[in-house]
Design a protein around this ligand. Sequence first.
Ligand code: SF4
Ligand code: SF4
Length: 466
Amino acid sequence: MSPRPRPFLEPEYCKSCLRCIEACPRACITPGTVINPETGLIPVELHLENCNGCGLCMAACPEPFGLRPTTESFASVLDFELEDPAALFGPKIVPNYSEGDEPDETIPLPPCEPLVLKGSYASAIGALLAGCRHVFGYPITPSTEASELMAKILPKIGGHFIQAVSETAAVNMMYGAGGAGVPCITFTSGPGFSLMLEGISYMIGAEVPGVFVNLMRGGPGLGNLGPEQADIKLACRGLGHGNTHALVLAPSTPQEMLELTRQAFELSFLYRNPVVVLGDGYLGQMTGIVKLPAEMKRVGLPAWAVSGDRAHRHNLICSIELSEDDLEAHNRKLNDKYAYISAHEQRADCYRCADARQLVVACNTPARMAKGAIEDARALGYKAGLFRPITLWPFPIAALTTLLPHIDQLIIVEGSPGQLEDELRLALSHAGISPPPITHVRHYGGVLPSQEEILDCIRENTGGPV
Ligand code: SF4
Ligand code: SF4
């Protein structure tokens, strides 16, 4: 009887996970001491004097070419095949943004009376109805209630809520879950969102979906718990190390907290990209009437997902490209995707804009005050309208452009020192449009513009009722 094969290690395939050490009953494997110059990792070292060829270490090794039996014709495998991942694992699946191995399923819901919900709860329910069963998060005012609700519900419906030790842990759990093709979400606020940016950048680079609900509060730093719109620039322009964008959806009611969270999952999987639902502190805490949709989703498994088995190894995700040419090609592809999203996903709500001469631009909670001010202004005879961007990135410049020919004055209303106005001005500039005069109503630190202030601004910036 021929002896059982002993293990053989190709050091450049060892990821130093140390599983083989735990698996070996004879202490034949020890942690390495020398850095492998090709990988920068420290491969384990074998001392096979007591090895009985049980094979446990080879079974434990997750790397197909880490630990192998010596009897295998290793040299033949090591030929060109090892150089060519396609030969080893089959061709990489080119993502088709709408197809999956297992298609999603739509499930009708029974009719239901409207609910009265907090915005944070509405967002959580929107995620559940979108098929999300994986939530990684932690308590952070003003979004804590969403995580609490998920922690209560998910274990009862086969889902998972993990309270992460940190924001970095949460975003990297999302990176893993998204890479496995699983819809996942986190609920956070400004100080948590900023700590997640590196992971979000990785997810964007690796084209991994995931939904981030950021209920903005006052900044800078830890600021306070008030509803400032402090992260518009961060969400629209600051998601990582260049070549990074994500759709940014701006709800202004609890109903939209539900609807836009649902839609965020669709968009996230459609484009294989994170999506940010950007609310503010009031939206997380305020209650409102919320109608549930007529259907919910049971999600399938996308063809590009890593499913944890060897057959899907060719789908392994990595956000690093060491070749300059490869990285440029990847970034060109990402930028083409952003251009497509910019052209196809702009959304805005236009309220009494058809004949407006003064156009108020506002989003989130300030848009609610602005709407009241428009009503007051109309009652006084002023032709005022409200333009509410629902996508902050991409800014809905196409819809705004159609209104501008009859607009005398743009009034930007926001709870920040001009972050929304900057997005508007940038969009106008890229579109080559000279805007009408722009003025603004701004507050900071949790103070939001009031209906009266906005009305005063409308009255001050017009020739009078028409
Ligand atoms: S084959 Fe068994 S005894 Fe030999 S190194 Fe592996 S686990 Fe240890
Ligand atoms: S299990 Fe495989 S990859 Fe992990 S340390 Fe051992 S040889 Fe290296």
